[in-house]
Design a protein around this ligand. Structure first.
Ligand code: KIV
Ligand code: NA
Length: 274
């Protein structure tokens, strides 16, 4: 019988078959990816992708818990990882532990993810020592959009050492893996070679130990903008809109509902279809 991997299993995949992951925010989407992904992330991208927020800063613990519970109901074979939202961990290790423990207790996630490198190492060490598996996230950290001056590539030229130092710091602190977002491919390859934990790339390099994408981006449901690093594997947004337009036209023409969608006055005979 197959069971979902845990943080140790994920960590042990360093340098082996690439780790596959996507975000999910709902039960039906989680069911579609269950077993195809090694882990599924309930990302705080939910705020932008499903709630129409203009950044991830407005995402709350309550939003993460509701979506985390929904995703958990759809997964049997993939590990569940959940993002710590902005403001839930930056004050210090005790605050981080309290909120990480709540996220895990209320959703059943096997790990939390938080943004930050050197400055978060102490917090990561505190959590891991107390039983919480932590995935780190360095490079472009969207919760810091206001101090980074936008969603720019991180670690170019003389910034490379700082991103490498961040990845080293979170690995030393005990993180079981680290997301590298929007960093040059050569830097991602160098970090992958130099740190002992799996690197999960998004806008990074095919040489990373795994990849992640936002599911609504790769399916073409989220169309407000498309980062360069997103590959659209399907274009479902326009398909959905065409279906909605057809429905609207049929309702206005009274051609929907048709005979097969409405109910007869008398109950059908036993054995016949309802
Ligand atoms: O919130 C998110 O979707 C993420 C991934 C893109 C890594 O953090
Ligand atoms: Na995130």
């Amino acid at each position: 019988r197959k069971i979902a991997p845990n943080a140790q299993d994920i960590q042990a995949r360093k340098g082996s078959v690439p780790l596959v992951s996507l975000t999910a925010y709902t039960t039906p989407m989680a069911r579609l990816m269950d077993g195809h992904c090694d882990f599924v992330l309930v990302g705080d991208s939910v705020g932008m992708v499903l709630h129409g927020l203009s950044s991830t800063l407005g995402v709350t613990m309550e939003m993460m818990i509701l979506h985390g519970q929904a995703v958990a109901r759809g997964l049997d074979l993939s590990m569940l990882v959940i993002d710590m939202p902005f403001g839930s961990y930056e004050e210090g290790p005790a605050q981080a532990f309290r909120n990480a423990a709540r996220l895990m207790a209320e959703t059943g996630a096997g790990a939390v993810k938080l943004e930050g490198g050197v400055e978060m190492a102490e917090t990561i060490r505190f959590l891991v020592k107390r039983g919480i598996a932590v995935m780190a996230h360095v490079g472009l950290t969207p919760q810091s959009v206001n101090t980074l001056g936008g969603y720019k590539v991180q670690g170019r030229d003389d910034q490379a050492q700082a991103v490498l130092a961040d990845a080293r710091a979170v690995a030393d602190a005990g993180a079981f893996s680290v997301v590298l977002e929007k960093v040059p491919a050569t830097l991602a390859d160098r970090i992958t070679a130099e740190v002992a934990i799996p690197t999960i790339g998004i806008g990074a390099s095919a040489g990373c130990d795994g990849q992640i994408l936002v599911v609504d981006d790769m399916l073409g449901f989220f169309t407000a903008f498309k980062p360069k690093f997103v590959k659209r594997y399907a274009d479902l947004g326009p398909l959905a809109e065409a279906a909605i337009a057809e429905y609207a036209a049929e309702v206005r023409a009274r051609s929907f509902p048709a005979a097969e969608h409405v109910f007869a006055d008398q109950a059908p005979a036993k054995g016949a279809k309802a």
